[in-house]
Design a protein around this ligand. Structure first.
Ligand code: FES
Length: 486
């Protein structure tokens, strides 16, 4: 009987990224069946993995957590009802396997007796053949082959993963993620950068309605919104109130930049990070009851004490209530001046947004070049973290062309390089000749038509860079630009 595992779970079991596995599939070194990997194939493709030692997997996870820096990871058990349901399911699987084993035992006893019966009147030749059959059966029953022992270890680890987390596939977009700890489907989707539709996030509005296509879910939060009987019969659930019991497929809309309404909320200052006299980051926290919906690369309008400014968001939508905005000190920017003068923790900041359509093309699996001019690093950082959480790009190359503020988050970029096997970082020094600098880096991409390019900087920097890239063969439609204000 074949034992199939989803690719994302295989990635966790072997401590590799999904990208690495996809590369192996493309190269023909890992076979899949409908996107699933057969247990025997897993053992064949990863003979060197120590299945009873998950140290490597934990090491990679820790590095990734550091690279994401502010990603919230609660090491909590699933909701108790979900846990009970998962353990029940596991108990049923165990009972079915045990019953099957008893049945096979009975068949073996019957076979043994039958052999005895036949042997009584058998010729010497038949006697010898039956003896060989019996010896073969006994040997194979008592000696478990090495591959079966390994399979047992993988299944044991997979079962633990299944108790702690459930795998979710969103249709028709094909997004995949795991629901861990006591997250709802909505919380897990947002944590993984999947921008599903929602409104109140607490069971009142019905905006997070989706249809369960397969698998089972449990209600983990009460909701005031009433689902009609016809909706329930059709498998409609509220993503903000349900958690998966097992691996599920859900039909739900993934929002694009134009689908997300402009929201207004009041956030609190969490901290101010002064990188250098030219550049600072403002970290704010949205209220629990009203998170900001946005996509990586978008901007917000901030206001405090009557001064306002519009800035690119530098954090990932996967970071729950935390929003980071990077703000350069510019003459005439009263909000920036207020920030550099010092904001206190817990000061109130009005937030309006999101604005802009400089967002990832989530349908594109192409390799990506990120081009950040100076403070254009902020939206690029947001896009990179969003792309990491979605694991969509084949590879990511970041080119940061510094201005006077320098590479103020150089360490972070180097941490990404250490943590991810498909990420490369190239810092470029401050220069007045943008076109020459861009031309020099483009020369390293003879296969430019394969790439998507996301660039952020001033209008003139973007115009010069675009001309160089398109001249060198980039498809015009694969150039995505986010112009900095000011
Ligand atoms: S988001 Fe409002 S009911 Fe789920």
């Amino acid at each position: 009987m074949s034992h199939l595992l989803p690719l994302s779970r295989v990635a966790r079991l072997v401590g590799q990224s999904r990208h690495t596995l996809q590369e192996m599939i493309r190269a023909g070194t890992l076979a899949t069946f409908d996107g699933m990997v057969e247990l025997d194939e897993l053992l064949r493709a990863f003979p060197e993995v120590k299945w009873d030692d998950d140290a490597e997997f934990r090491r990679v996870s820790e590095i990734k957590d550091k690279a994401f820096a502010k990603r919230v990871r609660e090491l909590a058990l699933p909701d108790k009802d979900v846990l009970t349901a998962r353990l029940n399911e596991l108990g049923n699987e165990y009972a079915a396997a045990k019953a099957l084993l008893l049945h096979y035992g009975n068949v073996m006893t019957w076979l043994d007796e039958k052999i005895d019966e036949i042997e009584e009147d058998a010729s010497a030749e038949t006697h010898h053949a039956l003896h060989s059959v019996r010896a073969f059966l006994l040997r194979n029953i008592h000696e478990m082959p090495a591959a079966a022992e390994q399979a047992q270890r993988i299944i044991a680890q997979e079962r633990i993963l299944k108790i702690m987390s459930a795998h979710v596939t969103i249709q028709p977009s094909g997004h995949e993620f795991f629901v861990e700890s006591n997250d709802t489907l909505l919380q897990a989707a947002l944590r993984n950068g999947v921008s599903l539709n929602y409104g109140c996030s607490n069971g009142n509005c019905g905006d997070c309605k989706a249809r369960l296509v397969s698998g089972s879910v449990k209600k983990v939060h009460a909701h005031d919104y009433v689902l009609k009987q016809a909706e329930k019969d059709a498998g409609v659930i509220l993503l903000c109130a349900y958690a998966p019991v097992n691996d599920v497929v859900v039909e739900a809309n993934v929002a694009g930049a134009r689908d997300i309404p402009v929201q207004q909320l009041v956030a609190k200052v969490k901290s101010v990070e002064i990188f250098n006299p030219q550049m600072a980051a403002l970290h704010i926290l949205a209220p629990r009851s009203q998170r900001l919906r946005f996509l990586g690369g978008q901007s917000v309008q901030l206001g405090i004490d009557g001064v306002q400014g519009r800035y690119a968001i530098a954090s990932c939508p996967c970071e729950d209530r935390h929003i980071e905005v990077q703000i350069p000190r510019n003459d005439g920017d009263a909000f920036a001046a207020r920030l550099f003068d010092g904001l206190k923790n817990n000061d109130s900041v009005s937030v309006e947004g999101p604005y802009g359509e400089f967002v990832l093309d989530e349908d594109s699996p192409r390799p990506v070049i990120f081009l950040a001019f100076g403070a254009g690093f902020a939206p690029i950082k947001s896009l990179i973290q969003h792309a990491m959480s979605l694991e969509i790009a084949e590879s990511m190359d970041l080119h940061w062309l510094a201005d006077a503020a320098g590479h103020y988050q150089d360490n972070l970029c180097r941490a990404w390089t250490d943590a991810l096997d498909n990420f490369n970082y190239a810092p470029h020094p401050h220069t007045a000749d943008t076109a020459a600098q861009v031309q020099a880096l483009v020369n390293d991409y003879p296969d430019l038509p394969r790439f998507d390019v996301y660039a952020s900087g001033t209008a003139s920097q973007l115009a010069q860079a675009r001309a160089v890239f398109v001249n060198a063969g980039l498809h015009e439609a694969r150039w995505f630009a986010g112009e900095l204000a000011g």
